[in-house]
Design a protein around this ligand. Structure first.
Ligand SMILES: Cc1cc2nc3c(=O)[nH]c(=O)nc-3n(C[C@H](O)[C@H](O)[C@H](O)COP(=O)(O)OP(=O)(O)OC[C@H]3O[C@@H](n4cnc5c(N)ncnc54)[C@H](O)[C@@H]3O)c2cc1C
Ligand code: FES
Ligand code: FES
Length: 484
């Protein structure tokens, strides 16, 4: 057992024991390593001023560099990682091409948010190089969703992105010779890590059996820390004994069989969006507008599910797709339908204290999906109301229909009665008007800072009508156009 983590920052190796491993990455970089280019502004993953690039060693290879929010990242989660900060990209007299183009286009306006923008854009440049693509306005904007400018505006920054000269931009892998980092890390034995500080402990086991042996009621699981990092920064939760599956290689896999996708607990949402885009394009589209690239590069599906927020974006889809959650403990393994995983009360789950979620299983069926998210802003915003429908059509009727609505009760609601009543009826505006009228009897929305209960009732009705309009339009585009 090791009592420290090993990571690399701008090409240099560091060993972090209990003194520093429990710090957030942003604090460690700034206060211990003096890398003050990484800023701390919101400290909750919202503004991107703390963006850095991270590559993780998997199966003796460094993964592509991706941007993350250092303010909510815990250092102990970055064992075997190479972290690049803005200082590591280029030097004052030898700027990285992304830094140069920022200067040329006057993208460095306030200077304070700029390092975060540059790291995020270096992540974009790397991604474009890997895919052999060119920058376009849409890609630049998408990649910078997680970076806020509070002073001037985005135009010069977007222009900088559009003028990226990818041919003369070195791959991030070549900046610090990844092969040297890999050779150095190979000297370490692949063993479990336990770091015990005066008031907290983190266990990073190498195997699932070790993880299960450690898990008790007093142990909190942590995955990408995009929920937990925010609540701990705000002082709303103190992590005492924490367990991370980060160092268990096979949990990073998405397995595809004839009938299922099995998504390991450590698959991040960026990877998930890529892997599911051909079979579940509607879910991939929803993931595309989930949070920001920085958040999705750290966040997991399992974290979104177990956090169990009624406005979590992925839960409605998991409910209507008939997905199951795989739970493991020393007593054995069980697979529970997502619908039964939620027991009815707010954040009340069918998850025992000794159990760990190791995977989510999504059936590959012929069902079609419609997934909607209503939020105040389209990008990087938490939903007010969510809606999911999974269905099959036959002879102008629903052969099957599953519905789920989030943000309208303590858990994501599945209106059974409506699903049943819709079967056997001809598809037409009347049916969807009926469903829109009836949905209000199935939900119990409340008023909060995102919207009033009445607003949420209205959204639920509107989304049902939207669902109908889209289906009817797809079935008969010309007739639909004529009737409106
Ligand atoms: C700026 C910002 C924007 C966001 N935008 C969105 C958004 O658009 N839509 C949305 O739905 N959410 C959003 N979120 C919330 C968050 O990103 C997601 O819920 C994310 O999927 C959580 O995953 P994680 O891996 O970071 O979980 P963590 O924060 O690590 O953990 C979340 C919960 O899951 C539990 N857990 C983790 N792994 C396991 C396991 N293997 N077994 C059992 N329990 C486990 C933890 O104990 C914890 O209770 C946002 C968050 C931030 C900070
Ligand atoms: S400081 Fe705002 S996202 Fe990290
Ligand atoms: S350029 Fe930094 S806040 Fe606008």
């Amino acid at each position: 057992m090791r009592d420290h983590i090993i990571c690399y920052i701008n090409g240099k190796r560091y060993q972090l024991n209990q003194d520093h491993a429990f710090m957030t990455m942003a604090e460690y970089l700034r206060y211990i390593r003096g890398l003050t280019g990484t800023k701390i502004v919101c400290a909750e993953g919202d503004c991107g001023a703390c963006s850095v690039l991270v590559s993780r060693i998997h199966n003796d290879q460094l993964s592509p560099y991706q941007s993350i929010n250092a303010c909510i990242a815990k250092m102990y989660l970055y064992e075997g990682c190479h972290i690049l900060t803005v200082e590591g990209l280029g030097k004052a007299m030898d700027l990285h091409p992304v830094q140069e183009v920022f200067v040329d286009e006057q993208g460095a306006q306030c200077g304070y948010c700029t390092p975060g923008f540059i790291c995020a854009m270096a992540g974009l440049a790397e991604d474009l190089k890997i895919k052999n693509q060119k920058p376009c306005a849409q890609k630049v904007k998408n990649y910078l969703t997680g970076n806020l400018c509070r002073c001037t505006g985005y135009e010069p920054i977007i222009q900088a992105g559009l003028k990226l000269d990818l041919e003369n931009t070195p791959s991030l892998k070549d900046l610090y010779r990844d092969e040297d980092i890999l050779a150095d890390y190979k000297k370490e034995k692949p063993i479990s890590i336990k770091i015990t500080g005066p008031d907290q402990e983190i266990f990073l086991p190498k195997t699932i059996d070790e993880a299960l042996a450690y898990k008790t009621h007093e142990v909190k699981m942590i995955s990408g820390a995009t929920d937990l990092g925010v609540v701990t920064n705000k002082g709303k939760l103190k992590l005492n004994k924490t367990l991370s599956l980060n160092n268990i290689e096979n949990l990073y896999q998405v397995e595809k069989s004839d009938h299922f996708y099995t998504i390991g607990a450590k698959v991040n949402l960026t990877e998930l969006e890529k892997k599911l885009s051909s079979d579940f394009p509607e879910f991939a589209r929803l993931l595309h507008i989930f949070a920001s690239p920085q958040i999705k590069n750290a966040a997991t599906l399992v974290g979104n599910l177990v956090n169990a927020s009624p406005i979590a974006d992925t839960i409605p889809f998991l409910m209507v797709s008939g997905a199951k959650v795989r739970l493991q403990s020393q007593k054995g393994l069980r697979e529970v339908e997502i619908k039964s995983f939620f027991k009815g009360g707010y954040k009340e789950l069918d998850l025992r204290d000794d159990e760990i979620v190791t995977a989510v299983i999504i059936p590959r069926t012929q069902d079609e999906y419609k997934l909607y998210k209503v939020s105040v802003r389209k990008d990087l915003d938490i939903s007010v109301v969510t809606f999911a429908a999974g269905y099959k059509l036959q002879n102008n009727q629903f052969e099957s229909l599953r519905l789920a609505l989030g943000g309208v009760g303590p858990i994501v609601i599945t209106p059974k009665k409506l699903e049943q009543n819709a079967l056997g009826k001809n598809l037409g505006p009347k049916l969807f008007q009926y469903l829109a009228q009836e949905v209000e009897h199935e939900i119990t929305p409340m008023t909060d800072h995102r919207g009033s209960d009445q607003f949420r009732y209205q959204l639920a009705r509107n989304l049902m009508i939207k669902f109908g309009d889209e289906i009817l339009k797809e079935l008969n585009p010309s007739q639909f156009e004529a009737s409106i």
